[in-house]
Design a protein around this ligand. Structure first.
Ligand SMILES: NC(=O)c1ccc[n+]([C@@H]2O[C@H](COP(=O)([O-])OP(=O)(O)OC[C@H]3O[C@@H](n4cnc5c(N)ncnc54)[C@H](OP(=O)(O)O)[C@@H]3O)[C@@H](O)[C@H]2O)c1
Length: 302
C-alpha cells in the first residue's frame, strides 16, 4: 500500500478521518503535508513533527500503540521526532521502533544534552546514539540552556565532525525566554526550541523576532500547553470559521495557531495514541489561521 493510502486509512480510522469522510471533505488529506525551510541550509522539514516526553516513556509491553503512532506519522510524510536523555525510556523505545520499522533514514531525529560539564555532555551524547541506534543525530540541542556555553561548544564540535547535522538550544517556560533570546543572539544556533500556544504567546515578543532576524529555525513545544488547553475547551463547539480553516478538532486549531506565526518552522505535539496522532498530523494540511481567526481563538480559549 502506498504511504499516502496508508495515511488515508489511518485518517479514516480516526475521529478526524470519520468527520472528514462524513462531510466528504478528503481534499486536504489528498494534498501533501506542508513543509518549511531550515534557514541555515534551505533543507525542508514537514511542519508537524512529534515529541516523546511522557508519550514514549513506556514499558516494553506497552509499545503496540506507539508502533501505530509511528506508522501513521511516516505514512503522512512527517519526519521530525524530538526526544531527550531525561525522558525516561523514550530514547530506547524510539531507537527500537525506528529500527524495527526501518525508518531511521526517513527520520529527522532530534535529541538534547542536559548535563554539567563537557565530559558528562559527551557521555550523554554517546548514550543517546546507543539508545537511538544511530551513529549521528540530525539535531542536538542544549536542554533548557543547562551549562549552555560548554554544551553548545561541544555540539558545534560534533557538528564539525559530522556526528550532528544541526545545533540548537531549548526552553519550555515563559520565564526562560529572555535568556533564550540572549543565547540565540550570542551563539546563533541552527535551531531554537520554545513553548508557544494560544495561551502562552510570550515567544512573540523577543524569541520569534530574534529567530527571524538571525535566520534560526523554530521548533515549538507545548502547543497544547502540555494538554491543559483541552480542559479549557471541553464541551465547547469549534469556532464558526473552523471548516474554512480546514479544522475538524480543537487539536488542529491549536496546532494551526502555532503554525500560523511566520517564525515557526515545525511543531512537535506529543501523543501515544494513534487516533490523536492522525488528528495532529491533519493540522499540517490545508491553510493555517488568518489573523482574524488567531484573535478569535485567543478570545475563545482565554
Ligand atoms: N525543554 C524542552 O526541551 C522541552 C520541554 C517541553 C516539551 N518538549 C518537547 O515537546 C514535546 C511536546 O510538549 P509536551 O509533551 O510537554 O506537551 P503538548 O504536546 O503540548 O501536550 C501533550 C498532551 O496533549 C495530549 N494530546 C496530544 N494530542 C492530542 C489530541 N489530538 N487530542 C487531545 N489531546 C492530545 C497528550 O495526551 P496523550 O499522550 O494521552 O494523547 C498529552 O497529555 C514533548 O513531548 C517534548 O518532546 C521539550
Amino acid at each position: 500500500m502506498s504511504s499516502r493510502r496508508r495515511f488515508l486509512s489511518g485518517l479514516a480510522c480516526s475521529s478526524a478521518g470519520l468527520l472528514l469522510a462524513q462531510s466528504g471533505r478528503f481534499a486536504f488529506a489528498a494534498e501533501s503535508l506542508q513543509s518549511r525551510l531550515i534557514p541555515s541550509t534551505g533543507e525542508r522539514l514537514p511542519v508537524i513533527g512529534m515529541g516523546s516526553s511522557g508519550s514514549f516513556e513506556v514499558a516494553d509491553d506497552a509499545r503496540d500503540p506507539l508502533r501505530e503512532v509511528l506508522r501513521r506519522f511516516f505514512a503522512a510524510g512527517a519526519s521530525v521526532i524530538d526526544t531527550a536523555p531525561s525522558y525516561g525510556r523514550a530514547e530506547a523505545v524510539i531507537g527500537d521502533l525506528l529500527a524495527e520499522q526501518g525508518q531511521r533514514p526517513k527520520t529527522f531525529l532530534a535529541s538534547k544534552i542536559g548535563a554539567n560539564g563537557r565530559e558528562a555532555g559527551m557521555a550523554q551524547f554517546r548514550r543517546s546514539l546507543q539508545l537511538l541506534r544511530t551513529d549521528r543525530l540530525d539535531l542536538l540541542m542544549v536542554h533548557n540552556l543547562r551549562d549552555w556555553r560548554t554544551q553548545l561548544t561541544l555540539i558545534e564540535e560534533l557538528k564539525a565532525q559530522g556526528k550532528v547535522r544541526y545545533t540548537g538550544v531549548t526552553h519550555y517556560l515563559e520565564s526562560g525566554q529572555d535568556e533564550l533570546a540572549e543565547v540565540v543572539k550570542a551563539a546563533k544556533p541552527d535551531f531554537l526550541q520554545i513553548n508557544y500556544s494560544v495561551i502562552a504567546r510570550g515567544a512573540e515578543t523577543r524569541v520569534f523576532p530574534m529567530a527571524q532576524e538571525l535566520g534560526v529555525a523554530v521548533m515549538i513545544n507545548r502547543a497544547f500547553d502540555d494538554g491543559r488547553l483541552f480542559a479549557r475547551v471541553q464541551g465547547k463547539p469549534l469556532p464558526g470559521w473552523a471548516a474554512e480553516a480546514g479544522v475538524t478538532s480543537w487539536a488542529q486549531a491549536f496546532l494551526k495557531f502555532a503554525l500560523s506565526h511566520p517564525a515557526v518552522t515545525v511543531v512537535i505535539p506529543a501523543t501515544g495514541k494513534p487516533d490523536r496522532q492522525s488528528d495532529n498530523l491533519r493540522a499540517g494540511f490545508g491553510p493555517t489561521l488568518t489573523e482574524a481567526q488567531r484573535q478569535s481563538l485567543i478570545q475563545l480559549v482565554a
